[in-house]
Design a protein around this ligand. Structure first.
Ligand code: HEM
Length: 458
C-alpha cells in the first residue's frame, strides 16, 4: 500500500514537472485561441467527437479575422489549427521542408511499437524510401496499371448491389478491400468474409473501436502529454492503456505480416500474381532483397489497406447518400452516363474520364461536402518557424481535391488510385442503379439521418 502511494506521489511530481517544462517551452507567442485553464489548457473543454467542428467554431470565435488560425495546448502539448486552405498551403506545402514531420506519438507510436509505420515516421530517410516505393506504383501515370482491377471490381460491386441492395455498405467495403488486396498483394478477395480482409478489418475495428483513430485522438491519452508515463508497469492501477497499446500494436503488425508472407509463399511456389509487394520482393534488376529492405516493403504494403480502405468507402458512401438526397442531380448524372453508353455502345472506362464533366463535378462536391479525412493527419515542425507575424487576407476557392488528400511532402500517395476507383464505382452505379431512399411498409420514404463518425477517417 505504502509503495503504491509512494509511486503515485513520485508520478504526480513527475507529471507536474513535465507540465511546467512543456509550458515553459510554449511561452513563445502563438496565434490566439479559446479560453484556457492554467496547467490543463483546453483539456477540460476539448470535444470528444467531431472535434474538427469545434476547431472551426473556435477559429471563427477566437481566431484571426482571416483564416481562423488558432493555437492552444492540452496539458502542455501545443497544437496549432490551420482552419483555412490558404494557411495549410502556405505552411504545409510551401514550407514543407520544415512542416513535414509527424508529432511524436507515445501511444500510437512507441507503446504500440508502430514507430516504423509511415503514419508515425518523421520526414527521414526511411519515410522517403516508403514514399519513393509508393510513388513508383501510385503516381498519376503509374497507377493506370491498376485501372483494370478497379474497373473489374466496380462491375462486381454493381452486380452485388443489384442482387442485395440492403447490403450496400458491406458491398462497398468488399470492393475497397478487393481493390487494395489485389493491388498490394495480388490477392483475390472473392467473399465478403475473406480471411485476410477479416484480419485487416480487425486492425481497423478492434472491439468496434477504430484503433488508429482512438490511438491518435488529440487529448485522449495522458501518456502523449507525459511520455514518462510509459514506464508505469502494466499492472499499475490506471495503466490499462499499456495493455491496450500492446494488443493493438500486435494486431496491426499481424495485419501486414500475414498477407506479406502469403506473397512470399506464392513467389516460392512460382504462382505469384504481379502486385505492389511481389514486384518489390523481386526487383527487375535482379538484386537480392535483404532483411532491411524486406522490412521496409512490409511496412509500405501494410500501410495501403490501412490508409486506403476506410477512406475510399467513406467517399463512395457519401456519393450514394448525395445521390439519394438529390434525385435531380442523380438524373442529370445518369443522363450523361446513358448518353455515352448509347452513342459509344460500350461501357465507359477510366480512359473516358474527360467525357464526364458532370460526374467529375459530383466527385469534387462529395470530397468537399463530406471529406473522408476532415482533420487530415497531424504535421509537426522540424524547427521553429515564424508565420508572417500577421495574418492573411481573403483566399480564393480552391479545388477540394487539393486539400482532401493532405499537403506537401506528406500528401496522400494513394490519391490517384483512390480517385480512379471511386470514379469508376460512381459511373457504373449511375449506369446500372437508381439510388433512392428506403421505403416503409406504407411505401413512404424513410428519411435518413445525416451523421458522421469521429476519428481520423470519418
Ligand atoms: C478518398 C480516399 C483517400 C483520402 C481522402 C485520403 C486522404 C489522406 C490524407 C488527408 C492524408 C494525410 C496527408 C498529410 O499528412 O498531409 C493521407 C495520407 C496517406 N494516404 Fe491517403 N487518402 C485516401 C486514399 C488512400 C489510398 C487508396 C492509399 C493507398 C493506396 C492511401 C495511402 C496513404 C498513405 C500511405 C498516407 C501517409 C503518407 C505519409 O504519412 O507520408 N490513401 N491520405
Amino acid at each position: 500500500m505504502l509503495s503504491v502511494m509512494l509511486s503515485l506521489t513520485i508520478l504526480g511530481g513527475l507529471i507536474i514537472a513535465c507540465i511546467v517544462f512543456n509550458l515553459a517551452q510554449g511561452s513563445k507567442s502563438y496565434p490566439p485561441g479559446p479560453p484556457s485553464w492554467p496547467i490543463f489548457g483546453v483539456a477540460l473543454n476539448h470535444p470528444k467527437t467531431e472535434f474538427w467542428r469545434t476547431y472551426a467554431d473556435w477559429g471563427r470565435k477566437y481566431g484571426s479575422s482571416s483564416g481562423g488560425l488558432i493555437s492552444f495546448h492540452i496539458l502542455g502539448r501545443r497544437m496549432t489549427i490551420l482552419n483555412s486552405a490558404a494557411d495549410a498551403f502556405n505552411l504545409l506545402s510551401k514550407r514543407s521542408s520544415i512542416y513535414s514531420d509527424r508529432p511524436f506519438a507515445t501511444m500510437a507510436g512507441r507503446l504500440m511499437r508502430r514507430e516504423k509505420s509511415i503514419f508515425c515516421l518523421s520526414y527521414n530517410d526511411r519515410l522517403k524510401t516508403y514514399r519513393k516505393l509508393m510513388h513508383q506504383s501510385f503516381s498519376s501515370t503509374a497507377s493506370q496499371m491498376f485501372w483494370d482491377v478497379e474497373q473489374e471490381e466496380a462491375l462486381i460491386l454493381v452486380d452485388r448491389i443489384l442482387a442485395s441492395p440492403q447490403d450496400l455498405v458491406e458491398h462497398l467495403r468488399r470492393n475497397a478491400a478487393a481493390v487494395i488486396m489485389k493491388v498490394a498483394y495480388g490477392y483475390p478477395v472473392t467473399r465478403n468474409d475473406d480471411h485476410f480482409v477479416a484480419i485487416a478489418e480487425e486492425g481497423m475495428c478492434y472491439s468496434r473501436i477504430q484503433i488508429a483513430s482512438m490511438a491518435s485522438r488529440p487529448g485522449k491519452w495522458l501518456v502523449d502529454s507525459f511520455p514518462i508515463l510509459r514506464f508505469v508497469p502494466e499492472w499499475f492501477p490506471g495503466a490499462g492503456f499499456k495493455s491496450k497499446a500492446r494488443k493493438w500494436g500486435q494486431t496491426l503488425y499481424e495485419q501486414s505480416l500475414e498477407p506479406h508472407n502469403w506473397v512470399k509463399e506464392q513467389i516460392r511456389a512460382g504462382t505469384a500474381v504481379p502486385s505492389f509487394t511481389s514486384a518489390l520482393l523481386q526487383p527487375s534488376d535482379g538484386h537480392f532483397v535483404d532483411a532491411e529492405e524486406e522490412d521496409k516493403i512490409l511496412y509500405t504494403s501494410g500501410a495501403l489497406y490501412f490508409a486506403g480502405a476506410d477512406t475510399s468507402v467513406s467517399v463512395v458512401k457519401s456519393f450514394f447518400f448525395t445521390m439519394m438526397m438529390h434525385p435531380i442531380v442523380q438524373h442529370r448524372a445518369q443522363h450523361e452516363v446513358d448518353l455515352f453508353f448509347m452513342s459509344e455502345h460500350r461501357l465507359p472506362t477510366l480512359h473516358d474520364q474527360a467525357a464526364f464533366p458532370y460526374v467529375n463535378a459530383i466527385l469534387k462536391e462529395v470530397l468537399r461536402w463530406a471529406p473522408a479525412s476532415p482533420f487530415g493527419l497531424f504535421h509537426s515542425t522540424a524547427s521553429p518557424d515564424v508565420y508572417k507575424g500577421r495574418f492573411l487576407g481573403a483566399e480564393p476557392q480552391p479545388d477540394p481535391r487539393d486539400y482532401a488528400f493532405g499537403f506537401g511532402r506528406r500528401i496522400c500517395p494513394g490519391q490517384h488510385l483512390a480517385e480512379h476507383s471511386i470514379w469508376i464505382q460512381m459511373v457504373y452505379s449511375l449506369l446500372a442503379l437508381t439510388i433512392s431512399k428506403a421505403v416503409d411498409a406504407d411505401g413512404k420514404d424513410i428519411e435518413p439521418e445525416i451523421a458522421f463518425t469521429s476519428g481520423v477517417v470519418s
